[in-house]
Every structure is written in C-alpha cells, then in structure tokens.
Design a protein around this ligand. Structure first.
Ligand code: GLN
Length: 490
C-alpha cells in the first residue's frame, strides 16, 4: 500500500508520531493524505491482525481536513497536530462503540469522550479507530474478546499479549500513530513487549480514569503504546493531570530533571523461571547501561513471589464489585424473562464470557462473609508489604529493572484453556500496579525465533517522565526497535 491516490510524499512506515509531525510541518503531504493512508493500513493489516475492530473513517477525515485548514490559515496548532491515534475498546469515545470487547456491552455508544481522549483531541490528535482487547481487559493473550483473537504481527500464529493486544499489534506493525491502552496488572507493558512496542503504565492517579470501563479501580491506569519513549513522553504529558471529574486523579509536580543514575536489577526477575534468552538479553542491557555511565546494583524484591496471588484476589474482588452494575436492568444486555431472578442470571450468563464470569465468581467469593478476612483482608496486608518493600528499594536506587514477561509470545490456543497458565504471564507486571508506581516497557531486541523481548523499568510515584527519559536514552543507543515485522507495513 505504498502508492497513494494523492500527490504528497508520505513519511516512512516506521516513523514515530514526532517524526510524522515534523513531516507534516514541511508540507510534504497533507494531513488528509496521511490519515487516508493510515485508514487504509487499518482496513487491511489492522483488520487482518484482528487488531482494529472499528475504523472511524468519516470523523477522522473530517478532523484531518480541519487540521489542514488550521495549518493553511496560520492558526495555532496543537502539540499532537495531525497525529493519528486509536483507543482501546474499554475507553469511551464519542464516535464508534465502547463495548469493552464484551457481548454485555454490544453496540454501546458512549455519549462523550473519556478525559484522556478529549485532552488528546484538544491538542490536534486524530482518533482513527478502536482497538481490540480482552473482554473487560481481563486477560494476557487477547483471546477472550467477543471480536475474536488478535494475531502477533511478528508471528501470526502467536498471541500479541493482552489485554491491550490490539493496540500493541498496531503499535508493533506500523509507525505514525499512538495507541491508548489500559493497564491493571500489565495489560499495556506485556503486549507491548510481545509486539515490539513501547508501553507506559503511569503512576496510579496521574491520568484520569473518567471514561475508562472499570476493572480493578485501585489498579487501573490508561497509558500509551507507541513506537518509542519520546512519543510516550509527549502523549502522557498531554493526558496527565488532575481532572475534576475523577476525584482520584492528581497532578504531579514537574518532574526533577536529574537523570536516573542508579538502577536496581531485580534478582527475582532473573531466576530459572524466566526464559534463558530473556535473562541473557537483560544482562546485555545491564552492560549497555553501565557503558552509558549508570551504576547497576542487584536488588531483591522478596515480595515478588506473593504479588500474583495478591493481585488475583484484589483484582477479582474489585472486578466483581465494578461489574455488578451489568445486570440487564441498570445497564448491559437484557435477556427477557417474567422471572426477575432468571432475568438477572440469564442476562449475566449470556452477556459475559467465561473468563469474566470466572473472575466475578472468584471476586464474590473472596469478599463473601466468612472468607473476606482470610482472602481480601489478607491480600490488602500483603499489598501494603509489597508497596513498602518497593518504596524502600526505590529509596536506594532511582529505578528498578526486570523483564516484562517470563517467556516469549506463545501460540494462539496454547494456554487459553488453562487459566493458571495465563495468570502466570503476570508475575513480573502486577507489582507495579499493586504499588501504584509508574513502569515503562521498551523493546530490547529479539530472541532466536525472531520474537520481540521487552524489559521494564519502575520508578517512584510521580517519576514517570524520568523513567521515559531513561527509556529514551536507551533507545537512542540501540535502534533495533525501529524495525517493522516482515509484511507488517505492506
Ligand atoms: N493479565 C492481567 C489480567 O488478566 C492484566 C490485565 C490488565 O492489566 N488489564 O488480569
């Protein structure tokens, strides 16, 4: 799809959003030409991958036309002027649907944009589509969506990770755009790692959750999936900050400019449980960091072994409460029945998929009288311990580093019938959500099968931009992240 019906010269397929803006500024192509080409990519590769579930051509082309007019008339331009972006199916947008990839919300059209989307549009970014994800963002393989599975652009027989699998497959297969995902226990970072993209989970509260379909409210954050950390930096700076419509949102002081000198390598992230090639790559990146002048010390996070169990209790408890509203009466699909109880149970049974039902049952159980202290109460204690350990480690080092996933992207269908095997994907990512700290995942090369490997860095609350600076300096040293998968940009 390299030829264009228009006369402009388009940016190279692997270009970042910042490079696309520089390109538009030179006048080599118009925003309409750029967006038209990107829409074509979504219609072909995006659909083929199962990643783009809704393509908002009319509104996107109209916005592109307005942007061209603004530019031509010398009016002030936004800091994301003309850049295409997509939102995950659980993020409200005034065009298209917001069904959280669930039959329960089939056809649901939000009346307004989420705050994050509204802020991006106000800076000139152009919403081009909605991306596939696991149902209600519950999953690590994007196999539970009622829109079908998503394929990894590096090997189409493999999963893209989840739950923001659609966003990651798009970010990993073509440049120009940025993509909004959500991360409750790793759903931005793990798919980014599987697809060769950069993914940022901000400090909890930094980005408004207004308009995000709630899963585990004390863990959820919206964040960007991009080509590189510079793009993530820009997108985050536009979305972040206090929103009067989300009482838990807050502005953080402008970040310190000092760089992250001391890095802690988490020793529990390098055990036998982690694939040898991922360990090997981690050690290589440590060497690179040392050459760049960083001090790297080993740090132990003993609570890492408890994090996944703790997460499963807290996330399912919060999900069971958040999803209680989908009962066919207050909201959600209704199955008609004369009997009220049957109406509830049939609506919920038919509206929700198997994984969501499993989590609601688990969450209801851990909150139920007689069990709440043993499970939910205990998990809250463990969560405090995890946070405490993380914060005292971050008193000694600026950032903590470890792999994102213990293994490479697996085959579609390989784990889907074994929930515990899927939950094992999250062992290295949930800690950041439980502690509320920011974490960025960046691509760090490929394994011997040509599959991307991602590593992550966590920082203190509010250190988001310092983390992204660190990620940028690493990406400036090694541009292997620039490559696109074969066939990805055709
Ligand atoms: N894989 C994790 C889960 O299934 C994370 C999900 C998420 O971050 N939304 O719970």
């Amino acid at each position: 799809m390299s030829e264009s019906a228009d006369s402009g010269v388009l940016p190279a397929p692997e270009s970042t959003s910042l490079e696309v803006m520089a390109h538009l500024k030179t006048g080599k192509c118009t925003t309409v030409e750029l967006i038209r080409h990107y829409l074509k990519y979504l219609e072909t590769i995006g659909r083929d991958l199962g990643a783009a579930v809704e393509i908002l051509s009319d509104s996107a082309l109209a916005a592109a036309q307005e942007s061209d007019t603004r530019r031509a008339s010398g009016k002030p331009l936004g800091c994301l002027e003309g850049v295409p972006f997509t939102a995950k199916m659980n993020i409200a947008t005034r065009e298209g649907t917001t069904d959280a990839a669930s039959g329960m919300l089939r056809g649901f059209a939000a009346s307004e944009d989420s705050t994050a989307v509204a802020r991006l549009r106000a800076e000139g970014a152009i919403l081009v589509g909605k991306s596939n994800c696991d149902e209600f963002a519950m999953g690590a393989s994007n196999e539970s969506s009622h829109h079908g599975v998503v394929h990894n652009p590096w090997d189409r027989d493999r999963v893209p990770g989840g739950s923001s699998g659609g966003a990651a497959a798009l970010a990993g297969s073509f440049g120009w755009a940025f993509h909004l995902g959500s991360d409750t226990g790793g759903s931005i970072r793990q798919p980014a790692a599987f697809c060769g993209a950069t993914g940022m989970k901000p400090t909890w509260g930094r980005v408004s959750r207004r308009g995000l379909v709630a899963f585990g409210s004390s863990l959820d954050q919206i964040g960007p999936l991009t080509r590189d950390a510079r793009d993530a930096q820009l997108v985050l700076s536009v979305m972040e900050g206090r929103d009067p419509l989300d009482a838990t949102s807050q502005s953080f002081n402008p970040s310190e400019t000092s760089s992250m000198k001391r890095i802690g390598l988490v020793s529990e992230g390098l055990t036998e449980a982690i694939a040898p090639e991922i360990r090997q790559r981690t050690v290589e990146v440590v060497e690179r960091l040392k050459k760049m002048g960083h001090e790297v010390v080993e740090v132990s996070l003993g609570t890492l072994s408890k994090a996944n169990a703790c997460y499963q209790v807290i996330a399912t408890a919060e999900a069971s409460s958040n999803l209680a509203r989908f009962d066919g009466i207050h909201t959600g699909q209704r199955v008609q029945s004369e009997d009220l109880e049957e109406l509830y149970s049939k609506s919920r049974r038919q509206g929700f998929g198997a994984e969501v039902r499993r989590r609601i049952m688990l969450g209801t159980f851990v909150l139920s009288s007689g069990y709440i202290d043993a499970y939910y109460g205990k998990a809250q204690q463990v969560r405090r311990e995890i946070r405490q350990e993380m914060l005292s480690a971050l008193d000694k080092v600026d950032s903590l580093m470890m792999p994102v996933s213990p293994f490479a992207p697996f085959r579609i269908g390989e784990r889907v019938s074994d929930p515990l095997a899927l939950y094992a994907c999250d062992i290295l990512t949930v800690t950041a959500n439980l502690a509320g700290v920011p974490a960025v995942a960046i691509p760090c090369g490929f394994d011997s099968e040509g599959l991307p490997i991602g590593l992550q860095w966590m920082g203190k609350h509010g250190d988001d931009h310092r983390l992204l600076d660190l990620a940028t300096s690493l990406q400036d040293q090694d541009d292997s992240w620039r490559g696109l998968p074969p066939g990805g940009s055709q």
